[in-house]
Design a protein around this ligand. Structure first.
Ligand SMILES: Nc1ncnc2c1ncn2[C@@H]1O[C@H](COP(=O)(O)OP(=O)(O)O)[C@@H](O)[C@H]1O
Ligand SMILES: [Mg+2]
Length: 251
């Protein structure tokens, strides 16, 4: 199982949209995928179209270090499972739970042979992220193509590397995904050039263009591949998924 952490301490950059569309794309390619919502806002389940209210979620499992009976939910995709967030869970109840999280992941791996686990994270770089770093193989950082988002990503990368070292994580940067890209905006092109100079071309993943159909699909609780399979959003997320499969195959 390869675990991909979708992270950026900034909100509204496309983390949850990327989590849903990457997970549903990989699942539709036949991979067994587990999607975990570490963000106590619980947005992921809206994007998956799951209306049920869950009393317990990943945050409780993290605290207790065990998988609850029926803790892993089915989705409308046969090969996609989901662990919801505990909405509004008080994360001050969590300290360094990484030993418990590691145990939890061992149990998850015993339950089913997942090919991928995708973790959506809150817009913070707090204890939750530090815990998640310990069990993740790769980090994927969505970045809006705007100047402040760009400088935020550079700052975030510094914290990310520092945290990874301090928690002795072997996590690798899979890359930065430029999101909401609009080629008619000169600023967007400039930001991509600056990003390339800072982090190198090989760390920039295929961009996702701005597409209102992505927002609509999210609100409707369906994946973009079901609602508008020929849209820009569907094409771009499929490209991203293929590139990630290639990159992971190489290592
Ligand atoms: N490529 C895109 N084109 C248009 N809207 C997008 C795109 N990606 C995300 N959005 C919208 O931007 C908002 C924030 O995205 P979201 O994935 O929730 O970000 P985050 O999880 O980082 O807070 C949502 O309303 C979402 O529908
Ligand atoms: Mg989100």
């Amino acid at each position: 199982m390869k675990t991909i952490l979708i992270t950026n301490r900034k909100g509204g950059v496309g983390k949850t949209t990327t989590s849903v569309n990457l997970a549903t794309n990989l699942a539709s390619k036949g991979f067994e995928v587990l999607l975990i919502d570490l963000d106590t806002q619980g947005h992921l389940q809206i994007g998956l179209g799951i209306k049920k209210h869950f009393l317990l979620g990943i945050h409780d499992m993290l605290k207790m270090g065990k998988i609850y009976e029926n803790g892993i939910q089915n989705t409308s995709f046969q090969t996609l499972d989901f662990i919801p967030a505990h909405v509004n869970f008080d994360i001050s109840e969590l300290a360094d739970e990484s030993a418990k999280l590691k145990r939890l992941f061992r149990k998850i791996k015993q339950k089913k042979q997942y090919d991928f686990c995708i973790i959506d994270t809150p817009p913070t770089s707090d204890v939750l992220l530090k815990n998640a770093l310990k069990v993740s193989d790769y980090a994927l950082i969505p970045m809006q193509c705007e100047y402040l988002s760009f400088t935020g990503v550079l700052q975030f990368l510094r914290i990310f590397y520092k945290n990874s070292i301090s928690v002795k994580s072997n996590i690798e940067l899979l890359g930065v995904v430029p999101t909401m890209y609009n080629k008619s905006m000169p600023e967007h092109k400039q930001i991509l050039q600056k990003l390339e100079l800072e982090i190198g071309k090989e760390r920039i993943l295929p961009f996702i263009r701005k597409d209102a159909k992505l927002s609509q699909a999210f609100i409707d609780g369906v994946s973009i591949f079901q609602s508008s399979s020929r849209s820009r959003g569907a094409i771009d997320y499929n490209n991203l998924s293929n590139e990630i499969l290639n990159k992971i195959k190489e290592v």
